[in-house]
Design a protein around this ligand. Sequence first.
Ligand code: GDP
Length: 312
Amino acid sequence: MLRSSRIYVAGHSGLVGGAIMRRLQRKGHETLITRSHAELDLTNQDAVNQFFDEQRPEYVFLAAAKVGGILANSTYPADFIRENLQIEVNVIDAAHRSGVRKLVFLGSSCIYPKMSPQPIKEEYLLTGPLEPTNEAYAIAKIAGLTMVKAYREQYGFNGISLMPTNLYGPGDNFNLETSHVLPALIRKFDDAKRAGAPNVTVWGSGTPRREFLHVDDLADAAAFLMDKYDGEDLVNVGVGHDVSIADLAALVAQVVGYEGEIVYDTSKPDGTPQKLLDNSRLLSLGWRPKVPLKDGITKTYRWYLESGSRQR
Ligand code: GDP
């Protein structure tokens, strides 16, 4: 990408798209094209085709998706599969037809089989059954990366697919009903500190292990791979190590400054015992994560306080 290249970030106001925008702006890219949901409905094929014909982007980051936690995924599976398939079909096809030079498609680590050996290598894709609670979403994402690969094979279209691990950072969802664990813990410890509560309840046993990638690192990897990688193979994007939920809870408590007790509610589900991506393909391309977990949590906590998310 040149500084003058026309770059379209689909989903620019989301957690991932927002981080990609910051990364591109920081590096001086001058022609960033964005459309709000109200301006362009990505599930509308005619509108998407017209947008690409008029705007002629050269590079596309496809970070637009319908996303949600376990509850939303299991309540609205039809909406998750329909909207994600429509967005992928419309954007990838319009990108190819209008002569986009390169497209980066963003998947998710939940596309891998539920019982994958750890760490999860890219080749484990489609080797076993998926986690049932987000199957509709995962199948839509698998369709997207298969579409990118098929367009490469049949039309020579330059699309690549990245699979990020669990993400966190500014722009995260801090709603305790729908959020993932890291923002949930920030909210719980901050609330407890303010209320002077003697303890904080963490779900499950504390023993499951998860990997956490700051969204600024994902954005950096996505821009790096846009410039450097033209292969058809998927690329996992992760930090390469995980932490137990108990260690994560202790770290968040320390960052927030909460000194009470941490108690575990084992009536809540632990979920899968471990989720860790094998990032050796990405490392072999020369990229390294830059945000240590504690720094990332500190920045995210600051954003939580400053953005007004606490009041919502
Ligand atoms: P997962 O990676 O798909 O399992 O999604 P989550 O981020 O929601 O949960 C990860 C782990 O953190 C699970 O073992 C949860 O039980 C545990 N956990 C502990 N406290 C919380 C909490 O307050 N919210 C959430 N979402 N998870 C929690």
